[in-house]
Design a protein around this ligand. Structure first.
Ligand code: ATP
Length: 377
């Protein structure tokens, strides 16, 4: 957010504060979020919830890092007391550093930064017997002294980064419940875009377990978006998929993708979303070659976001594990294979359109308008 103009930044920071508030509320954490010194400060009422509050902040889009901290008056004496109390869990074999930063008027503090680092380091050394390592410490005591208040912490949790959710409009995300598409939806959310997840029910080629798997992954995505409407939509397309499987040969998967994109577009038009997101990546499947993307994308005038386009599978799998969608995505659901034995990898648009069942796209739009919204609370 630092690269934005102050007006835009102010707006984004306000959204971030409200998203943090919703995230803390969704996890039952009693806390107040303030906007101070260009970043949010979470005051937790029950000290036992400080760690949980930092974890909640670290799951909030737009947060780069979160530090659970002890606050005190910004005086030399109080800060040395707090440093002393924080040594309780410091093991002697863990090297450490004390880093102090100060902000505010010159005479706001009765100590200098370097001086407090030296004296504080001495206190920690005496209490723990640990040695100082300024280059690569196991434990860092961060002291941030402001006018009127100081913060001391020894831990930092990495957040997702990105932009606050809700600052980049809405996109429809086609979520199959496989490993990739939930990660793709999460990536777009990370950049501030709310997603409206859409699952296309493939009838005999999918089945109830397939839908349940998709909905479970979407429920996990919703955990990252408290306060936003990210309820999944299920679109019934079993009849259309059966027709494709019976009537279309080598270009079947391209027509299936075109049908899905058109469904996504129809939902997008209805809810005022500006793009359709998929979990495709270049060369991963026969339908995902460069020339084939050109053919599938010709079916929509909306942009198609493919956040995983250049990502390798192991990397996507690792991310699915990290965001918590992997376990649901890999539940066995025993669906039928739609793909033909010799799929087209370099299709021409006319050939694909010629082979398509009559009014496929019109019927796909109609199915999209009859989507069922699933409650995930
Ligand atoms: N049944 C479905 N409902 C909604 N979107 C789907 C469905 N099947 C596929 N898609 C979309 O098309 C993309 C490519 O389809 P593909 O067949 O490669 O998916 P998959 O392997 O079943 O699942 P994933 O891509 O999530 O691992 C998916 O990433 C997803 O965005």
């Amino acid at each position: 957010m630092g690269t934005k103009s102050s007006k835009v930044r102010g707006r984004m920071e306000r959204t971030l504060v409200s998203n943090l508030d919703a995230m803390l509320g969704s996890r039952g954490i009693d806390a107040e979020v303030e906007r101070r010194w260009s970043r949010p400060l979470i005051r937790v009422r029950n000290p036992e919830q400080v760690g949980a509050a930092a974890a909640a902040a670290a799951d909030t889009f737009g947060v780069v890092s979160a530090r659970p901290a002890v606050t005190c008056e910004p005086t030399r004496e109080r800060l040395l007391d707090v440093l002393t109390s924080l040594t309780a869990e410091h093991e002697p074999e863990e090297s450490f550093a004390v880093r102090v930063s100060r902000a505010g008027p010159k005479d706001a503090h009765d100590f200098g930064s370097r001086e407090l680092e030296r004296v504080g380091g001495g206190v920690v050394e005496n209490r723990t017997g640990a040695s100082v390592d300024l280059d690569n410490p196991d434990v860092t005591y961060h002291v941030e002294a402001r006018e009127g208040e100081a913060f001391v912490s020894t831990a930092e949790r990495a957040g997702p980064g990105g932009l606050p959710l809700g600052t980049q409009g809405t996109a429809v995300a086609l979520v199959s419940g496989g490993i990739d598409s939930p990660v793709a939806a999460w990536e777009v959310m990370k950049r501030g875009c709310v997603v409206a997840p859409v699952y296309v029910d493939l009838g005999d080629f999918g089945g109830p377990d397939h839908e349940a798997r998709a909905v479970s992954t979407m429920r996990r995505l919703a955990d990252f978006a408290p306060g936003f409407d990210v309820r999944p939509r299920v679109v019934s397309a079993g009849g259309l998929v059966s027709e494709l499987a019976e009537e279309v040969g080598a270009t079947r998967m391209l027509s299936l993708r075109r049908m899905m994109l058109r469904i996504g577009e129809a939902v997008a038009r209805e809810i005022d979303a500006h793009a359709v997101v998929t979990g495709e990546s270049l060369g991963q499947k026969s339908s995902q070659t460069g020339p084939n993307f050109a053919v599938t994308d010709a079916v929509t005038s909306l942009p198609v976001y493919r956040p995983l386009l250049t990502r390798d599978k192991p990397d996507i799998v690792a991310q699915a594990r990290k965001i918590g969608t992997y376990d649901d995505s890999t539940l066995p659901v025993g669906c039928e294979r739609v793909a033909p034995s010799r799929p087209e990898t370099n299709a021409a648009l006319e050939d694909v359109v010629d082979a398509e069942p009559e009014k496929l796209l019109r019927r796909a739009e109609k199915a999209a308008r009859a989507a069922r919204i699933v409650d995930i609370d």
